[in-house]
Ligand binder design. Structure first.
Ligand code: ATP
Ligand code: MG
Length: 433
């Protein structure tokens, strides 16, 4: 036997039945997004490295140490995408989507970051995200938050908290930045190594420090929302009024700066205390300068991304995922002649009843083991076909749930009997997983 090949650390397979939870979550989110008028954009999983360096920022954890970067055979530096906003902007510029147009877009798929793998933090993880381009006002900020809140509602997920902040304009942020540099310079001895480095390059990111020893110092630092420009302050107040009017609760968190450089004005994060250190399940914000920064015309923009793994963990923990519907029927052919004829019968039933969930017994075995499999499939009934049934153009319909007796059904009646099961809702309940 040859040696097996290991999977890559932090890069996971998603197996059934967990994959059903993913499908359910994705379908719910897709449904909500589409009902608000967002259309899907499918983006490549790799881009030129330069795209991420210029958008996310050179001095961010992501670009400094988390990207999967390599030279392709042509010598071009490419990176697996660590997030998809930059790609979305790049695609919009490439295809002229921002010229006098407004766009509401969503995407879903894998992202790649070389992080230390742990629960809720992987090297390949999955996001669904929404982005809106060409809207400058706070109404779209509110809408995007409503979309996310409605996804939680749709999933039945309770207890997520919304944290909200405003980073102001790039000018007001520049002034605040100077205050911050002065503040931290005066306390240079208390800064950890990361923060000292950031003090020179990107002092706002010190506020995002994950080091608990920095927490007290960060808590005393000047507060950004007290230094907003007038327009940003107005924008923020209008957004809060819309959230208040719709009953969406939030907590103001003036330390929320986000780990990417492109944000301005509104930033937010949905957090939970149920995933240990990994508290963020959905994060987003406004990035009005990014399109221009990447070579397009000035275009206001805002978006969010949710982390599928973390949400799947929550909805599975709360048993919110509905049990998948089992098959309506399971065909059990007995004997060589029936085994030859049964597949054609199954195909014609599927032609007649597109809704029918029909499992065909494959792989032989004795009568007992075939019936056991029929039962384990979760099917509502078994359709047993032996030599006698072939001779008389019938099948034995044996109910597998409940007390009813088995009966002999003529082939020409079978379709209408199975149609009855399909219309019934017919979903047999498997165990919740
Ligand atoms: P964190 O603070 O947990 O590192 P982040 O600020 O880096 O999150 P974003 O870049 O805003 O996260 O990505 C949006 C969402 O994607 C996060 O809220 C989180 O749910 C999820 N996410 C980010 N990184 C990972 C990862 N390595 N593994 C799993 N999910 C992730
Ligand atoms: Mg991160």
């Amino acid at each position: 036997m040859s040696q097996s090949v290991n999977s890559i650390r932090g890069i996971n397979d998603i197996l059934p039945p967990e994959s059903a939870a993913w499908q359910w979550l994705e379908a719910a989110a897709r449904g909500v997004l589409q009902s608000y008028g967002y259309a899907e954009i499918r983006l490549p999983i790799m881009e030129r490295t330069e795209l991420f360096a210029r958008s996310i920022g050179e001095v961010t954890d992501i670009v400094e140490k988390e990207m999967y970067t390599f030279d392709d055979r042509n010598g071009d530096s490419l990176s697996l995408r660590p997030e998809a906003t930059a790609s979305c902007v790049r695609a919009g510029i490439t295809h002229g989507l921002f010229h006098n147009q407004q766009q509401r877009l969503w995407y879903a798929g894998p992202m790649f970051r070389y992080e230390r793998p742990q629960k809720g933090r992987y090297r390949q993880f999955h996001q669904m995200g929404a982005e809106a381009f060409g809207f400058a006002g706070p109404d779209i900020d509110a809408e995007l938050i409503f979309v996310s809140a409605r996804i939680w509602k749709q999933l039945g997920l309770k207890g997520l908290e919304l944290e909200l902040n405003s980073l102001g304009s790039s000018e007001s942020r520049g002034r605040y930045r100077e205050l911050l540099v002065t503040f931290f310079n005066d306390r240079y001895q208390d800064l950890d190594e990361d923060s000292r480095r950031r003090l020179l390059q990107n002092p706002l990111r010190i506020l995002d420090s994950k080091n608990p020893e920095m927490a007290n110092l960060v808590a005393e630092a000047p507060v950004i929302t007290e230094h907003l420009d007038d327009e940003s302050a107005e924008h923020f107040a209008a957004l809060r009024a819309m959230l208040d009017a719709s009953g969406v609760e939030y907590k103001l968190n003036p330390r929320l700066v986000r780990g990417l450089d492109y944000y301005n004005r509104t930033v937010f994060e949905w957090v939970t205390d149920r995933l240990g250190a990994q508290s963020a399940v959905c994060s987003g914000g406004r990035y009005d300068g990014l399109v221009e920064q990447l070579g397009g015309r000035p275009t206001p923009a805002i978006g969010w991304a949710l982390g599928i793994e973390r949400l799947v963990e929550l909805i599975r923990g709360d048993s919110l995922v509905p049990a998948p519907a089992g098959p309506h029927a399971y065909i059990v052919p007995l004997g060589e002649a029936a085994e030859k004829r049964a597949p054609a019968l199954a195909e014609s039933l599927r032609d007649q009843l597109p809704e029918l969930r029909l499992h065909m017994h494959c792989g032989g075995g004795g009568m007992r083991s075939r019936m056991k499999r029929a039962d384990r499939s979760g099917a509502l009934c078994a359709l047993i076909i032996g030599d006698d049934e072939l001779a008389s153009s019938t099948v034995v319909l044996k109910p597998l749930r409940g007390q009813r007796d088995q009966e002999i059904v003529a082939l020409e009646e079978l379709q209408s009997r199975l149609a009855g099961l399909c219309n019934d809702g017919g979903a047999s309940k498997l165990k919740t997983y």
